[in-house]
Design a protein around this ligand. Sequence first.
Ligand code: ATP
Length: 355
Amino acid sequence: MSRIQVEGAVKRFGPVAAVDGINLDIADGEFLVLLGPSGCGKSTLLRSIAGLAPLTEGRILLDGTDITHTPARDRDLAMVFQSYALYPHLPVARNIGFPLRARRWPKARVRARVAEVARILDLEELLDRRPRELSGGQRQRVALGRALVRSPGAFLMDEPLSNLDAKLRTATRSEITQLHQRLGSTFVYVTHDQVEAMTMAGRIALLDNGHLEQVGTPSQVYDEPASTFVAGFLGAPAMNLLPTRIVSRDGTLYATARDVEVALGIAADVPPADIVLGIRPEHLRVHSGPGPLRGTVRLVENLGNEEVAQCVVGDARVCVRGPRPLGLAAGDTVNLSTTPDHVHLFSRATGRRLL
Ligand code: ATP
């Protein structure tokens, strides 16, 4: 059992609040990804859970027990670092077995457990090699092995794939997902890569500036972003965010900007307000005839199976993504539309989701 509860966590470094009042309940066996831009506080939060960065305020509970002041080595948690942190002078077998020897396990038991872990991670052929004789991916598997060897209640991983090239990153990504499925342990995984988060997470916790912006399944955070920050962070290219004003007439919403008025097809009776209209690039359709949004194509990018067209509508930049060919070229006039269920409305004042 390894449920991790973070309650009112604050971590300050001098005047900087790296973690600024976070509450998070991570269920036993969950794969939770801490996602956010550089400097948002995700590593600090993970290190606080690990016991490597003591909290300034708040508590951390492991299975209901307060571990806020428990030394790192006495927490039933294993940390995997981006830098692997292997001992260069020790062969793989001794690197993996290190945490057990430190706990004074008998030699035979260490050997048996290292062999078991090596089998799980497909490292059996490499046990006698030193870290410098391994590829980046193999080193990361050894680092995973060293975390796995103690059968910890939870794994804490800080950007474990960021030193690998793109191909190896994809392969190791699925290895870690499968490892989680096999072990059923709690995984807390830090990344700034939205693809890793979307593909690996059971739930994503999105951080900005020390705050939690949204926690939810990958579908929830992608389909119903709680704020313009979340909407703009997830998706490539990001969601189009268009400042506009909504008015409600006869129970139907219209978006207005300058002299253009677009019926949103959404039934709601709300007072007129300054809003931000959000539409994902893949939810815009190119019309052959006149469409509600009329603009000019600036650039068309070929992604292989898809194309992205960067357009200007009024004074806003709008991205359209769709199967290749979109049938557009730079300089074309373009007419775009979407459907009401693909329209997101955010408050312009707070950035929070309205509809
Ligand atoms: P990255 O993806 O770049 O690693 P991050 O989201 O993990 O970023 P943190 O490393 O947690 O962010 O840093 C959060 C903030 O706290 C940053 O402003 C950082 O400069 C600051 N910070 C982190 N560690 C320390 C430290 N030991 N001393 C002072 N400031 C720190």
